[in-house]
Design a protein around this ligand. Structure first.
Ligand code: NOJ
Length: 479
């Protein structure tokens, strides 16, 4: 895989349903893979596809070596892989190395794989709130769970756990996975003595549950020797596998994770205010790591169109796709899919379904997603769909395609120029990217040859940029 791929995130249960049960599946993904190829992406990241009781919709895995029957089973994976090969798309799986479902056979058969104690061993908190120690009804003992109580943390200081997970990685490489998105790596390795986390001295940089945010996770997470555990995953995956880490930590703490990875998500960028100064600071810090994977939205947080605001969705698309290095696009962002109503508890236990509504392929009430009752309602297919935007050369979908096509020509490096309030100006090799997030026209550098505007009006006035607009131009030799 190229070093700076465009990766398209597919959330399988919301992409395309092929059998009318209202839930997306892998044959559905296969049927729609042409959309991803036509976008110009290099790879697809599939959120977890393995058998799962669904407490965390796939992130609670009961068998790492199979594919959920709800998604079509292993045969559907083989079909998907063949189609991806045909289209030249790499498939990245979501590897969840830090925990399993309590329905995984290991949970009972291999207690040494987990953290079992007679009583809570410390003050650690779950990311979803409450103590991280869960009382098991069968034994009366407690196990460590950093997420939902149905997810038990694996003990990566046990070599047998490392070997088991290396086996999982090897077997999926043999089945055709080009690499992995590695889930929640900040919790992979914990303090060997399981000491208490101290109280937090300041507010968290990344958003977390208030009970979780009350502690500074220096023992429960982010062990200094985490690089060794990651090196074991790299060994199993092979040097040619592509590995991107989801490390839910501020950029300043990413360094120990980066060696064995190809990239780590720049999550501070995803969470920063959509204003020039904080965007610039978050990008500059992540770029300095040399391994930033750029991402503005995923299945865990508010969708880009809603968070950034409709007015700036094109400007943000241009920003994302002109950054150097790997870029991730969450399904639906390319048509401006916004937040939906989500679902109530107990269906949605942590308020994230609003970001997971189905893809809108056409303007019909089902959006072309399913012939059945969708697991979550469609948001607004009459207002936005792939089919409608396909017909409109000025649509957001076409802007994504044009940006992806232009990316390889932008040239190396990244430098910011100081610019007028409300604007960001980036130098990419011989190109200049000028973005105006503000609602008023702003002064802009003189453009050389205009390569791509966010809209025809973006660069109409020389030396000015229209509100909520962006353009990419070849730099004129004299500026
Ligand atoms: C991060 C995933 O993106 C999220 O959906 C999941 O709940 C946690 N990791 C736990 O696996």
């Amino acid at each position: 895989m190229r070093a700076d791929p465009v990766v398209y995130q597919v959330y399988p249960r919301s992409f395309q349903d092929s059998d009318g049960d209202g839930t997306g599946d892998l044959d559905g993904v296969r049927a729609r893979l042409g959309h991803v190829a036509r976008l110009g992406a290099d790879a697809v990241w599939l959120s977890p596809i393995h058998p799962s009781p669904g407490a965390d919709l796939g992130y609670d895995i009961a068998d790492f070596d199979d594919v959920d029957v709800l998604l079509g089973g292993m045969a559907a994976w083989e079909r998907l892989r063949a189609e991806a090969d045909r289209l030249g798309l790499a498939l990245l799986l979501d590897l969840v190395p830090c925990h399993t479902s309590i329905a995984h056979p290991w949970f009972r058969a291999r207690p040494d794989f987990y953290f079992w104690r007679d009583a809570p061993a410390n003050n650690w908190r779950s990311a979803f709130g409450g103590s991280a120690w869960v009382r098991d009804g069968d034994t009366g003992r407690f196990f460590l769970s950093s997420y939902f109580p149905e997810q038990a943390d694996l003990d990566w200081r046990n070599p047998a756990v490392v070997a088991a997970m290396q086996g999982v990685v090897r077997r999926w490489r043999e089945r055709g996975a080009a690499g992995f998105r590695l889930d929640a790596l900040q919790g992979l390795l914990k303090d060997p003595e399981l000491r208490d986390d101290p109280p937090a001295a300041c507010a968290p940089v990344l958003p977390t549950h208030p009970e979780h945010a009350a502690l500074d996770h220096v023992r429960s997470q982010n062990a200094p020797d985490v690089g060794e555990a990651l090196a074991a995953l790299r060994t199993a995956a092979g040097t040619d596998a592509w590995l991107v880490g989801e490390v839910f930590l501020p950029t300043a703490l990413l360094r120990p994770y980066l060696g064995p990875l190809d990239a780590a998500f720049a999550l501070e960028l995803l969470h920063t205010r959509v204003e020039p100064a904080p965007l610039r600071a978050a990008i500059a810090a992540a770029y300095a790591t040399g391994k930033a994977a750029w991402v503005l939205s995923n299945h865990d947080f508010a969708r880009l169109a809603t968070r950034a605001g409709r007015a700036n969705e094109r400007v943000l698309a241009m920003l994302l796709l002109t950054l150097p290095g790997p870029v991730f696009i969450y399904q639906g962002d390319e048509i401006g899919l916004g937040e939906g109503p989500g679902a109530e508890e107990p269906v949605d236990r942590f308020g994230r379904d609003a970001h997971r509504h189905p893809m809108q392929w056409d303007a019909s009430p089902s959006g072309g997603f399913t012939t059945g009752e969708p697991w979550l309602p469609l948001v607004d297919p009459p207002a936005r769909s792939v089919a409608a935007q396909e017909e409109d050369r000025g649509s957001l979908l076409w802007l994504y395609r044009d940006l992806i096509a232009l990316r390889p020509e932008l040239g190396p490096g990244l430098a910011f120029r100081d610019s007028a309030p409300g604007t960001l100006v980036l130098e990419r090799g011989a190109h200049l990217v000028v973005l105006n997030l503000g609602g008023a026209p702003a002064p802009a550098p003189a453009a050389g040859e205009l390569r791509l505007p966010t809209s025809p009006a973006a660069a109409l006035e020389p030396g000015r940029i229209a509100p909520h607009s962006g353009w990419i131009a070849r730099r004129s030799p004299w500026v």
